[in-house]
Design a protein around this ligand. Structure first.
Ligand code: PHE
Length: 495
């Protein structure tokens, strides 16, 4: 920018900032910045002056169309053959008495008319026939071009000052004028760089053709202070979701999706969660009312699940030993975990081998606090295969965490109604400490056999937000969704 400006100044001379900017095709802001740099290097001089732009107001515009009032007055007088009684003239003029007397006053002081008194009546006479229209033509020029007062001839200045005294004709508005010119140093520098051809941008063409060797490359100060910019970017939660997807996909998993509203059947019953389990309680689950009763599954599957709950059916289990109630399974819930989606996938596809995952929203009837949200995301996955074991499960999770940058993992036994054995995992986050992540296990036969899946199914699921919190060092989960612009701008994309 500085080079461009210098070269233009030596070629075309200095001038107003606006003109110089447009000559080099820069925005005013760009030009201002370049000017500032060049001034600090003492290569240009800046002269600042305040000039006054003349602006036209309502009466002024009217005068352009209809002439000044005194001109309208003498036009009427001409039509009356150059002579009229004062009251007749006033009537013919047809405006307010104030306007008439102003028009009359101006016409008389300009020497366009004279008055005499005959038999007690005032007679008005037209004196000259070629009254100059200086004011009107100046008004017109002002309205078309917008002139600066300081640039007018002395004569025009007088006219403008006269017009400004009339109400609502013209006004003067102060304007800062910046005039730039080269200093001796600037001139010498411009002369020196005129001959040197520098390349600003290295293009593929220049590289391929080898032409870059014949030019000098513009040097860049990579340490120069630059303004902070906040480009548009993904929300950090979405950004992390995409990262989790990448991680799963790089391990050969495929993504599946399922509806947010599920019958309790898929959220609980198919997972062998007893119908009187506390997790089904209103405390934790959002039930959906006023929605048409869904058809939840084939009657054969419902029958198998029902029997499994009651007495274990063919699974080798004793079941829960209660009477399973279909209506309870039909109730709609906002899914409390994405395991509802993976179990439905198993029922629909009856796979003997599969690696699928889901990263999606779940809902829990929680009181909001720094650790809990009612709407959050879960990371869910299953792996089905003839010979998969608990060791594979721990292996794949360790691998998955590693991709996300979480290298230290620990597992220990826990309990879920739908897995046996069941594990819980914690991971270590640098600078944060240990954190609980996924629950996991091997689906019980009470889950898989009614669905028609014979091979073992490794399954895991856990919260997504807490990993982001640990990464971004946030201790209140709600911050993630407050959409505080200041925070969103500054939050780093790469960690
Ligand atoms: N669904 C469990 C939860 O929401 C996690 C889990 C998934 C556990 C799969 C075992 C198997 O915490």
């Amino acid at each position: 920018m500085e080079r461009k400006l210098l070269l233009s100044l030596i070629r075309n001379g200095g001038g107003l900032l606006e003109d110089v900017a447009s000559r080099v095709n820069m925005s005013i802001d760009q030009a201002r910045r370049a000017v500032e740099w060049l001034r600090s290097k003492e290569m240009i001089k800046i002269e600042e002056k305040v000039h006054h732009k003349i602006e036209i107001l309502g009466e002024g515009k009217r005068a352009i169309e209809q002439g000044l009032p005194e001109r309208r007055l003498i036009e009427i007088l001409k039509r009356l053959n150059g002579e009229a009684k004062l009251d007749e003239l006033s009537k013919a003029f047809g405006s307010t008495p104030q306007e008439f007397s102003a028009a009359f006053g101006y016409a008389r002081s300009k020497g366009w008319i004279s008055t005499s008194s005959i038999e007690g009546k005032v007679i008005v006479k037209l004196l000259k026939s070629d009254q100059s229209a200086l004011e009107e033509s100046l008004l017109k020029e002002i309205s078309e071009k917008g002139l600066f007062f300081e640039e007018l001839s002395e004569e025009d200045k007088k006219v403008v000052n006269g017009l400004i005294k009339r109400p609502n004709y013209l006004m003067k508005k102060p304007f800062k004028i910046v005039n730039i010119s080269l200093t001796e140093l600037g001139r010498k520098t411009a002369e020196a760089i005129k001959e040197v051809k520098e390349i600003d941008y290295l293009t593929p063409d220049l590289i391929i053709s080898g032409k870059w060797k014949q030019h000098r490359l513009r040097s860049l100060d990579v340490e120069a202070v630059a303004p902070t910019i906040y480009p548009g970017k993904k929300h950090p939660v979405q950004h992390f979701i995409d990262e989790v997807r990448e991680a799963f996909i790089s391990l050969g998993f495929e993504e599946i999706l399922g509806p947010i509203i599920q019958p309790a059947f898929w959220n609980f019953d198919a997972l062998f969660v007893p119908q009187d389990h506390p997790a089904r309680d209103m405390q934790d689950t959002f039930y959906v009312s006023k929605v048409k009763e869904p058809s939840i599954a084939s009657s054969r599957l419902i029958e198998k699940v029902s029997r499994t709950h009651t007495n274990g059916w063919n699974t080798g289990s004793k079941g829960w030993g209660y009477d399973w109630v279909l209506d309870e399974a039909k109730r709609l819930v906002l899914r409390t975990h994405t395991t509802a989606v993976t179990v439905k996938y198993l029922a629909d596809h009856k796979v003997s081998e599969a690696k699928v995952f889901s990263v999606d929203k779940v809902f829990r009837n929680e009181k909001l606090d720094p650790k809990h949200l009612a709407e959050l995301h879960q990371i869910e996955g299953i792996m089905v295969g003839k010979r998969v074991t608990l060791r594979d499960l721990m292996g794949i999770l360790s691998e998955f965490y590693k991709i996300l940058g979480l290298k230290k993992v620990k597992f220990w036994p826990t309990y879920f109604p739908y897995t046996e054995p069941s594990l819980q995992s914690i991971v270590h986050v640098e600078g944060f400490g240990w954190m609980e992540l996924c629950g996991m296990g091997i689906f019980r036969p009470e889950v898989t056999l009614p669905l028609g899946v014979k091979n073992p199914v490794l399954a895991w699921g856990g919260g997504l937000e807490r990993i982001i919190m640990a990464r971004l060092r946030i201790d209140d989960i709600r911050e993630l969704y407050e959409n505080n612009l200041g925070w969103l701008r500054k939050v780093p994309l790469c960690l």
